[in-house]
Design a protein around this ligand. Structure first.
Ligand code: GLY
Ligand code: MN
Ligand code: MN
Length: 465
């Protein structure tokens, strides 16, 4: 059981949800324990983020309903029996747990089926979010009688939109939890930086990162990305030994005890010193990161910030002779995506890609902006207008992905903007990404967490020390 906010926080959130949804019943299935290799050997437990947001309890085997027609909130769950207590110790009753989050009505889990089926028979709408775990898909299918294979498509758009509206704007108490997650994330990265020396094993560094995360919170906010092959965007293989002359990319964050995430990327020269070629590319990515952060403010579409960072990247690559022609035209058409094939960032909160279970397009897009189908821009998770209280990541990168270079070169794709002969000189360069977490304020922005070294000099100062 994790710490929780005051009960009034959850009551207030549920009231706001009730204001958003006209009728029907919202059904929230909490997450259950997930077996690794046999039923009683389970993964580290993680509650569903929507359940945490409205009901606070990081406890398995619970479900909840909010009935909008016959206003009431009920949590469904069963108290531990003696067999559970023998192995797991005495546990608070479901009633005492639910009371702590302001819910007064508790019923046995099995009664959930009757409640929902009766509401459905009355022709009332059953609102649920898209289930993403196999067991909850089955439970939901059994309760609603909707085919398990298509049940994700039957999720309530009204509920999804209402949740996105609420969860996108972080409350002060949430921001202070995110500050803690950032503080631990910075500590994690700094600890790894000190061991970023030739001869160290990637596995050791990944273990250090996990260890710091576990000693401060619920562990990592997503599996650690740590590799000397930074050009693979989400590289989870840590089987190499660090070598002078290489760079190490680490993209990792911590989930604090309340469930809030941080998400940082740094790219480190092993032993502390970049080659000239590395430093030139690094400075471009750093400029894109700083320009993106600097531009971030309410009222601006995040797509504009993405395009700004892309322009900084294209301009820098042109100065090095890797790109050519008109920079703005190149970015509009998507030529820079050979080097920067992902989006500038995403919302951050209880999930590292916040609310992604609800569908990326509901979280990052709205009726005023739809997703592009241009390669690179199509990977932008967050494009819509920034509002005070949003937390976003700013994470530009430059990568040399040999297989992608080969495909584009063969097609002579955007040959008017890309100097393919020069690109060949960077074939084995790898990749660089720099990522920070930023709160949108009333007047601009604030970078969350303590400063994490990122200039060339700052990195030289801490690496291996
Ligand atoms: N955790 C991967 C990312 O930064 O989006
Ligand atoms: Mn990241
Ligand atoms: Mn990120």
């Amino acid at each position: 059981m994790n710490p929780i906010f005051n009960a009034s926080v959850y009551q207030h959130r549920r009231n706001l949800l009730t204001n958003e949804i006209k009728s029907g019943v919202a059904l929230f299935l909490g997450n259950n324990e997930a077996p690794m290799n046999y039923p009683s050997n389970t993964y580290h437990y993680r509650q569903d983020s929507n359940f945490i947001y409205f009901f606070g309890l990081h406890v398995a085997n619970l479900a909840a309903i909010i009935d909008f027609d016959d206003p009431k909130t009920v949590i469904f769950g069963d108290d531990y029996e003696i067999d559970d207590i023998i192995w797991m110790g005495d546990q608070p009753s479901v009633y005492s747990l639910t009371e702590s989050v302001g819910v007064k009505e508790v019923r046995p889990f099995a009664q959930l089926y009757d409640y929902i089926q009766k509401a459905a028979q009355q022709g009332r709408k059953i609102h649920f979010t898209p289930p993403y775990r196999g067991d909850n898909k089955i439970i939901l299918s059994n309760i609603t009688k909707i085919d398990v294979n298509t049940i994700r498509n039957e999720a309530s758009v009204e509920l999804i939109k209402a949740i996105v509206k609420l969860r996108s704007v972080k409350e002060e108490i949430e921001i202070s939890e995110m500050e803690k997650a950032c503080e631990y994330g910075v500590k994690m990265h700094k600890t790894v930086m000190k061991r970023c020396i030739s001869g160290a094993a990637e596995l050791e560094l990944a273990g250090i990162a996990e260890g710091v995360a576990l000693s401060h919170g619920n562990g990592v906010s997503f599996p650690v990305i740590l590799s000397q092959h930074g050009e693979t965007l989400h590289n989870h293989t840590h089987d190499q030994i660090l070598k002078t002359g290489n760079m190490l990319l680490m993209d990792a964050g911590v989930e604090g005890l309340m469930g809030y995430a941080s998400d940082y990327t740094r790219t480190l020269p092993i032993d502390g010193k970049f080659t000239q070629k590395q430093q030139e590319i690094y400075e471009i990515v750093l400029k894109a990161n700083l320009s993106g952060i600097d531009a971030t403010k309410p009222g601006l579409y995040y797509k504009e910030v993405h395009q700004l960072a892309a322009t900084v990247i294209a301009d820098g690559l042109k100065n090095l002779g890797l790109m050519k022609g008109d920079v703005h035209e190149a970015v509009t058409l998507g030529a820079h995506a050979l080097f920067f094939p992902h989006g500038l960032g995403h919302q951050l909160g209880l999930d590292v890609h916040d609310m992604e279970d609800l569908g990326e397009n509901y979280v990052g897009y709205d009726e005023t902006i739809s997703r592009s189908n241009i390669f690179g821009l199509d990977a932008l998770r967050m494009a819509r207008e920034l509002k005070p209280g949003f937390v976003i990541t700013v994470e530009p990168g430059i990568y040399f992905i040999p297989q992608l270079i080969d495909i584009w070169k063969k097609e002579q794709k955007f040959a008017q903007f890309i100097n393919y002969d020069k690109v060949e000189e960077y074939r084995t360069f790898g990749g660089i990404r720099i990522e920070d977490d930023v709160l949108i304020t009333e007047t601009g922005h604030r970078v969350l967490g303590p400063h994490l070294p990122k200039t060339v000099d700052e990195l030289a100062e801490i690496i291996g020390k």
